[in-house]
Design a protein around this ligand. Sequence first.
Ligand code: NAP
Length: 263
Amino acid sequence: MANKSAIITGASRGIGRGISLELAQIGYDLVINYAGNQEAALKTVEDCKGAAHEAGHAISAIAVKADVGGAGDREHLIQSARDQFGRLDLLINNAGITSIGRADILDAKEENFDQLMAVNLKGPFFLTQQAANWMIDLCKEGIIESPKIVTISSISAYTVSVNRADYCMAKAALGMMTKLYAVRLAEHGIRVYEICPGIIASDMTAPVQAKYDKLIAEGLTPMPRWGQPSDIGKTITALAQDYLPFSTGEVINVDGGFHMRKL
Ligand code: NAP
């Protein structure tokens, strides 16, 4: 039987890489998308093949350079998956950038806002649209069954950071995007999920490591540790293996309990 296949955007580093390594271990063929860091992407490809082999699977994995913020690049990403694997069982919208310059909301620049929205919101919206249309056809042809689309948002979807307004707003919008697609695609058997990571160790959070070390030590999160990319990856393998068969539009918090208020 052919392997299932997944596209993971922003998979050269960080959370996307962690997701890819976990999917490799359950036998998924992988499209490892990246923006510019080819060396990191190729390393992820090789490491995924190695992880799959150790877990007893033979998988294929390719690296595809594409800016999810650009229409032509999104088309190229989907076409690469078509050419290589001819099927798509899982789309992971993970690629994202942090707020450029982390400027206070009273000083934030329009060009930075536009760039962030293109990558963090417009990209996932239109990539999902393209992937969903292809998945619908693949289901009709009997090539795949029970495909899934997962979008990585953030605790910033509901937590205010006044120096990252664009980031917070884009992440909040991804929550509505998940619900919209979940309702629209349910009749086609496609389930759609949002994952809300907490504070996860990656290149994105490296510049603010000392700040978060202190906050975590002071009790910011009920579980007193940094999250790891594998924490997100393991959660996604549960979805990928259909362990949530009657759920769609769900928000899954992977945040050490950050989302709960305390008294
Ligand atoms: P990261 O370490 O900065 O890695 C970003 C990844 O996205 C890289 O693979 C990068 O590719 C890729 N990328 C950047 N811009 C892209 C574009 N325009 N098109 C395609 N790929 C692009 O980030 P991360 O911490 O893993 O974050 C991944 C996702 O999780 C983001 O959506 C982020 O908002 C979200 N998140 C992160 C945290 C956290 O604490 N780290 C918490 C909540 C949510 P290159 O290597 O080629 O540059």
